[in-house]
Design a protein around this ligand. Structure first.
Ligand code: GLA
Length: 387
């Protein structure tokens, strides 16, 4: 892939002297959904597919960037000392966001660069192509300009870029999974303290499959923010009697004892999901560590039900694909992954049945939804790095 990227760079900018190539993964979350911004735990892993970038520094302050995935946008140009979010700059705004945050934190980069980007994360599938691009930019700048920024700090900067420059109010999970991922491991991350542990995922007789519903998130972002504020309000209501800093601090029992403080049924359901999902995530990691994959799978299933009934972020496409998986003999666990409202589901399936599984779920999905879903075998990759 490195040579392919250098070749692409040469085609666009005519020579490739001094080019460096980096890779940044996508991510899939195994369990712990909509818990990150509620101060809870998540359990994601980085994927072997992601975003590749070839870069070369310039003497002046001009930035010229080209994406093989957005060919029709051609080479996008901007000045590294004048960073504004411009609609027509589309994907390049993620790069600008990171450069802007670095600048705001005192890293005054004066040199522009030329860059070519190519990503093999399925577009708009909720596998974090944007966070992948952000980390790519951040790690490139850190390495090339020897900024010596700690990796977790870079992860936080990328989240800040997404929140402040792009205007998407996401939690820290995606950037963390991508910036800190490790081969053949999932990360149990406490989003409140940012303490984390790697859990080896060594599947002998099973595979992780990702199913893309091919339903774009659409209204997702506004619903995402709505869920965030519902949870914030529920927390405030609980805080009238409890001294807790986030929903992630509560056990199921504590929640049940105090849930009457939440004045609306909807907010009570949202908070219930946040509390139970957080606890489920801790249980799931413990089961995995003990080698109880079947128990892990059951917790994945419960996670989906909670996201469907209490958090209400699934929708017909995700529910259909997951239902079909549940009806297949050989599925260990199935749930939606990411923000929801479309995008992807994640399945753990008996390896010898994987083709049969894909066949069964594909057919059923097409029949009910009317268009095709796509399936990928997920290999757990490494964190953002120079290759
Ligand atoms: C999106 C956000 C994450 C997280 C998930 C839901 O992927 O970017 O921060 O909130 O949704 O778990």
């Amino acid at each position: 892939m490195k040579n392919k990227m250098i070749e692409m760079f040469k085609n666009i900018y005519s020579d490739c002297e001094g080019v460096r190539v980096f890779f940044s993964p996508g991510r899939v979350n195994l369990i712990g959904e909509h818990t990150d911004y509620n101060g809870g735990n998540v359990f994601p892993c980085s994927l072997s597919f992601g975003t590749y970038g070839a870069i070369r520094t310039r003497e002046d302050n001009l930035v010229r960037v080209y994406s093989e995935n957005f060919k029709d946008l051609g080479i996008i140009e901007f000045n590294i000392e004048n960073l504004k979010n411009e609609k027509e700059h589309d994907w390049a705004n993620y790069l600008k966001g990171v450069l802007d945050v670095l600048d705001k934190h005192g890293y005054k980069i004066k040199n522009g660069f030329e860059m070519v980007v190519y990503g093999n994360i399925p577009n708009g599938a909720g596998l974090s192509s944007s966070a992948s691009l952000e980390l790519l930019m951040a790690v490139m700048m850190n390495e090339i300009h020897k900024l010596n920024i700690d990796r977790v700090e870079l992860v936080k900067y990328c989240q800040e870029a997404e929140n402040k420059f792009i205007g998407v109010n996401c939690g820290i999970m995606d950037q963390f999974a991508i910036g800190m991922g490790k081969e053949d491991s999932a990360i149990l991350l406490d989003c409140n303290t940012l303490k984390y542990n790697y859990y080896p995922i060594v599947l002998k007789d099973e595979v992780i499959i990702i199913g893309n519903t091919n339903k774009r998130r659409g209204l997702g972002d506004s619903k995402y923010n709505e869920r965030r504020s519902e949870c914030e309000k529920a927390l405030e209501e609980l805080q009238t009697e409890l001294s807790i800093s986030s929903l992630g601090k509560l056990t199921e029992e504590e929640f049940e004892e105090h849930k009457h403080l939440i004045k609306s049924d909807i907010r009570r359901k949202r908070a219930k999901h946040a509390v139970y999902e957080n606890r489920r995530t801790l249980k799931a990691a413990a089961e995995l560590e003990k080698g109880n994959l079947n128990e892990f799978g059951k917790l994945m299933n419960q996670s989906h039900i909670s996201l469907r009934d209490d958090y209400e972020v699934t929708g017909i496409e995700l529910d259909t694909i997951v239902d079909l998986a549940w009806n297949f003999e050989g599925t260990i666990g199935a749930r939606m992954t990411g923000a929801g409202f479309g995008g992807c589901a994640v399945f753990i399936v008996k390896a010898y049945k994987k083709d049969e599984f894909i066949d069964f779920v594909s057919k059923g999905y097409k029949e009910k939804i009317g268009y095709d879903a796509e399936f990928y075998i997920a290999n757990i990759g490494t964190r953002t790095t120079e290759i």
